[in-house]
Design a protein around this ligand. Structure first.
Ligand SMILES: [Zn+2]
Ligand SMILES: [Zn+2]
Length: 477
């Protein structure tokens, strides 16, 4: 996002104010920029203001402890480069009160999603890696297609030394692009999603999975992201438009604790994109431009792209737009469910699909069922998955095999293929919309399917032994 859109250059009236040689609102020196609605700052006071805002966000939350390992997601873009610079300054001896956490940096290459050539991807990685290496912190490189190969049980410490090793040279970089099979799988998955909105949404979820997975494997307990307020205001409105209203609070708050072991933090969420751009210009902070799926596309290509256009357009006329959106969003709250069974298998947000029969969601579900199998009218009221009519569906794909000894009935149905209804039962409302276009649900990443199968087996087993379980409400006092 360009800073010119948001500030002084749009209306001739505001331009006048700059030409008039304004003085800094703090120290009466000559102002070099105007931020927020009408605050003029000189360079020094602006730096103090920005640094204070960053430190206050971290300090106020009291979430990041001394010596804690924090994984910082670097995209190469303006906001994450700004965040990286602030972290570096905060950790250096020059800082007034030193930050005391231990950062590690990760860049996720998403070139596969827009069909970039291997050379282009390598060039982008090299550029970002150069910026990351200069900081001296541990650096990791990941490719988005690696999300297809994540293991369901990666959440134990079985680190794969080759692909998560910290990258220190460009030779190691080339190793990154050996995920040909995964790349094909990712492309097949992306191709089967018709809308660009769905693709963007999926990329976001996969990116988050990689970040969480790497953080767990490498012993980081927080993931830090460089989301600025403009970006989050767009995210907030996009979420609502895409049926993620229940997750707005998590997606835009300072701390997102949807994953049990890792908290995602956004320390520059109070910075506007104009402040980020000004900070980078005044400090000569380098950033890398990497095209995304909606770069150069028409405004209406996706919900997020259109929302971005709307918010930045409004912000140019009314400088308090993003802060108003963010303040409204702060009033929202998502209740976190403790069990992972109650989380969406794709985006890991709490499931919002457990609703009473008279809700709008049930109505949608009902009309879908009716239109899908209008010939099998009798089975529509059944909560079980509809029979295919051939008499073979119940045993389709299932192989009886020796017991694996896990004791949760998992071995009996290991080979069975998940049906669409089964997959949907483990997804939130928005992720159900996301996979609507997907012809074959088995194209989803393996770890997601494994997770859903496991939940299915648990539910099945639970229903089988239900009659033998003690009901806590019936126990004598
Ligand atoms: Zn000043
Ligand atoms: Zn979801």
């Amino acid at each position: 996002m360009c800073s010119v859109q948001e500030g002084e250059d749009v209306s001739p009236a505001r331009k006048e104010k700059i030409v008039e040689e304004r003085t800094c609102m703090k120290c009466e020196k000559k102002a070099v920029l105007v931020t927020r609605v009408n605050d003029a700052f000189c360079k020094e006071c602006f730096m103090v203001y920005v640094t204070h805002k960053f430190r206050a966000a971290i300090g106020k939350s009291k979430l990041i402890r001394d010596g804690e390992s924090v994984l910082v997601g670097v995209s190469g873009g303006q906001a994450s480069s700004c965040l990286l610079h602030l972290i570096q300054e905060g950790l250096s001896g020059r800082a007034h009160k030193k930050l005391r956490f231990k950062p590690g940096l990760v860049f996720i290459d998403e070139g596969a999603t827009i069909g970039m050539s291997a050379e282009e991807r390598l060039a982008n990685c090299t550029q970002v890696l150069e910026i990351m290496e200069k900081t001296g912190f541990p650096c990791y490189l990941k490719a988005l297609e690696q999300a297809m190969e994540l293991e369901k049980e990666a959440f134990t410490n079985t680190a794969d030394q080759t692909d998560t090793a910290s990258v220190t040279s460009v030779e190691n970089l080339t190793k990154l692009h050996r995920y040909d099979k995964a790349e094909e799988e990712l492309l097949a998955l992306m191709d089967s999603l018709k809308s660009v909105s769905a693709k963007e949404d999926l990329i976001k979820s996969l990116r988050q999975k990689i970040l969480i997975d790497l953080a767990l494997k490498k012993g980081y307990s927080k993931v830090m992201l460089g989301d600025c307020s403009t970006r989050l205001a767009v995210q907030l409105l996009t979420d609502i438009a895409q049926g993620r209203g229940a997750h707005v609070a998590m997606d835009t708050a300072f701390a997102d604790n949807r994953c049990n072991d890792i908290t995602i933090v956004r320390p520059i969420r109070d910075f506007s994109s104009k402040e980020v751009a000004m900070f980078n210009i005044l400090n000569n902070v380098p950033s890398v431009f990497i095209p995304r799926i909606t770069t150069k596309a028409a405004d209406s290509v996706s919900i997020e792209h259109l929302t971005e256009r709307f918010v930045t357009g409004l912000q140019a006329e009314y400088p308090s737009t993003t802060s108003n959106i963010m303040r409204t969003g702060e009033k929202l709250h998502t209740e976190k469910k403790s069990s992972s069974e109650n989380q969406c298998a794709i985006c890991q947000a709490p499931l919002d699909t457990d609703v009473p029969p008279s809700s709008a969601l049930s109505a949608v579900r009902f009309s879908e069922t009716v239109s899908r199998c209008s010939s099998v009218t009798l089975s529509i009221f059944s909560t079980d998955t509809a029979c295919c009519g051939g008499g073979t569906c119940q045993s389709e794909g299932q192989k009886e095999s020796e017991c694996c000894g896990q004791g949760d009935g998992s071995c009996q149905s290991k080979e069975s293929k998940l049906t669409r209804d089964e997959v949907e039962s483990a997804l939130c409302y928005a992720c159900r919309l996301l996979i609507k276009d997907l012809g074959d649900v088995s194209k989803l990443p393996k770890h997601i399917l494994d997770d859903i199968s496991q939940r299915q087996r648990r539910t099945k087993m639970k229903s089988e032994i239900e009659d033998f379980l003690l009901d806590p409400s019936n126990t004598p006092d």
